[in-house]
Design a protein around this ligand. Structure first.
Ligand code: PEP
Ligand code: MG
Length: 551
């Protein structure tokens, strides 16, 4: 009987799975080295071979991206953009002109790029190293004509696979058949990496940053992965399997039971109503999703609209906002102005190479450099406000000074006045702000906001000075920190004093384990991940305000 291995990792996507471990094909790197050793021939011929291989790789990526949605589409788009960039290819072309073979020139160039990206302090940049590894393999495959060995076919008789890897590229993840691959464990990576984003979008359990011994575990071994407990057991014995199956059944049953009451309004145990709204990153995610469990949309991020080559025009934006309004069917919809910058780069808008992008030009701070971009969004929102019959609210992200809110209000009013002067059907919606910085929370009563929405993801990172996407400081990025809870409580009190609405839309609100902290701080409106609504409502029902005696 093989020795049991109990390995730990960091949950990047929740859930549990039992299956057969399949190791990612490590031979891929040797294949790249073989190709690099090819003999140089005529430079003109080698140049042509490289260009043809790049074209073939582009076509393969374009095929793979057909019909997929953000964020996977964005990742494919990044890969396509690189392959279409003449500057990107030029070091390889120069090397060929100096006598290198196409495969060697290509490998050496991409390896240098991968090393640069992998060493970047910014985890978003480091995550792009996987995209480059992916492109390198594709072009080499086209050059050398060898098929890629990914993903391996599952050797298990029942077909359920837990895929293990040192790294995993986005297209390798997309190539995994969800009918057989039930979970993924990676020894590298971080919860902010692209594959982690894809896993969450697909609801596939994923562990990242696993113990290195993961890669020593043999393909074909039985394995149990529990993302919520942050562990994977290889070669589990019978009692362990049985215990896991019992927990798994409980977990599934709980989800089923919780789901039954999803459509009922949420009241705390002492009958206080808590409104539960939906967070929406992309209206396409709403297809087939029932709006009944939600009191409306509490946060619609609009970054999804700005991923193409050119920003969407007013009509295209209006159509997207109408989709949200139609989905909620008369309930409130809160839309956030473009929050470009920080970890959300938008081509042509955000500034590259900022020393600290989270503290640089992001969100509404970009107004001065891109007034027309924001004015177009305000016009589309003013038109959408008519369709929403008074239920549309619009907010700005990343505010630190009352003057920013005042400027937003004044500019929106000017835009609406100009449109009305031209006879356009439009209206000024309720205007609010995200509370994502300690400055906004500490001084909330000084802002002229109709409502506040706490963005705990950013509020936590700015309060604790611990980046939200850096696994090295994840232990400091703690929603339970008393400083964070105090800031949320202060915001609630300031909002009440001003008679303004107050909700929490950061990820903290979607975590049933953290919800009591928010309820204790006086929060009675939350906006949550769509898949989390039932569990959040359940947590609301179990919560009871502490009496003074109990405090
Ligand atoms: C937040 O910061 O909590 C938030 C909701 O905004 P985002 O995650 O888009 O930065
Ligand atoms: Mg934020």
């Amino acid at each position: 009987m093989a020795r049991e291995m109990r390995l730990s990792g960091v949950a990047a996507s929740a859930g549990m799975a039992a299956g057969t471990l399949v190791q990612h094909d490590v031979g891929r790197l040797e294949f790249a080295a073989d190709a690099a050793a090819g003999r140089p021939t005529d430079p003109a011929h080698e140049r042509q071979r490289l260009r043809q291989a790049v074209d073939k790789a582009r076509a393969a990526i374009a095929d793979l991206s057909a019909g997929i949605e953000a964020p996977a589409a964005d990742i494919m788009e990044f890969q396509l953009a690189l392959l279409e960039d003449a500057d990107f290819l030029s070091p390889a072309i120069n090397a060929i002109d100096s006598g290198a073979a196409a495969a060697g020139a290509w490998s050496a160039m991409v390896d240098a790029e991968i090393a640069d990206y992998a060493a970047a302090a910014d985890p978003n940049m480091a995550a792009k190293a996987d995209d480059l590894a992916d492109i390198r393999a594709r072009v080499l495959e086209a050059l050398c004509g060898k098929p890629r060995a990914l993903p391996p076919s599952p050797p298990a008789s029942d077909g359920d696979v837990i895929y293990a890897a040192g790294r995993m590229t986005p297209s390798e993840f997309l190539a995994c058949d969800p009918a057989s691959v039930k979970a993924v464990a990676i020894s590298g990576g971080s919860p902010g990496s692209h594959v982690a984003i894809l896993a969450r979008a697909r609801g596939m359990p994923m562990l990242v940053n696993c113990d290195r011994e993961l890669l020593d575990a043999p393909s074909g071994a039985g394995a149990l992965l529990d993302a919520d407990r942050g562990c994977i057991i290889v070669h589990p014995d019978k009692p362990q399997r049985a215990a896991f199956q019992r927990r798994f059944a409980r977990y599934q049953n709980q989800r089923k039971q919780t789901g039954k009451r999803a459509n009922e309004a949420a009241f705390t145990a002492d009958r206080e109503r808590v409104a539960v709204y939906a967070n929406v990153d992309d209206p396409s995610l709403l297809a087939g999703v029932d709006a009944a469990p939600f009191d409306g949309i509490g946060l619609a991020r609009t970054e999804f609209l700005f991923h193409g080559d050119a920003p969407p025009d007013e009509d295209a934006q209006l159509a997207a906002y109408r989709e949200l309004i139609n989905w909620t069917d008369g309930r409130p919809v809160t839309i956030r102005i473009l929050d470009a910058g920080g970890d959300k780069a938008v081509r042509g808008v955000t500034v590259h190479h900022e020393t600290n992008p989270f503290l640089g030009l992001r969100g509404w701070r970009l107004y001065e450099s891109h007034p027309e971009l924001f004015d177009t969004q305000l016009r589309a929102l003013a038109r959408a406000a008519v369709d929403a019959s008074g239920q549309l609210k619009v907010m700005i992200p990343m505010v630190t000074r009352p003057a920013e809110m005042a400027k937003f209000r004044a500019r929106f009013a000017e835009v609406v006045a100009a449109m009305q002067a031209n006879g356009a059907a439009c209206a000024l919606p309720a205007l609010g702000m995200m509370v994502e910085t300690p400055a906004a929370a500490l001084d909330a009563e000084s802002f002229d906001a109709d409502f506040y929405s706490v963005g705990s993801n950013d509020l936590i990172q700015y309060t604790l000075a611990a980046a939200r996407d850096d696994p090295r400081v994840a232990h400091l990025n703690d929603p339970r920190a008393p400083a964070v809870c105090k800031l949320i409580r202060m915001t609630v009190e300031a909002a009440r004093a001003r008679g303004a609405g107050i909700s929490v839309c950061g990820d903290m609100a979607s975590d049933p384990g953290l919800l009591p902290l928010l309820l204790e701080a006086g929060v009675r409106e939350v906006s949550v991940a769509i898949a989390g609504v039932a569990a959040v409502k359940q947590a609301v029902r179990q919560w009871r305000a502490r009496t003074d005696d109990a405090k």
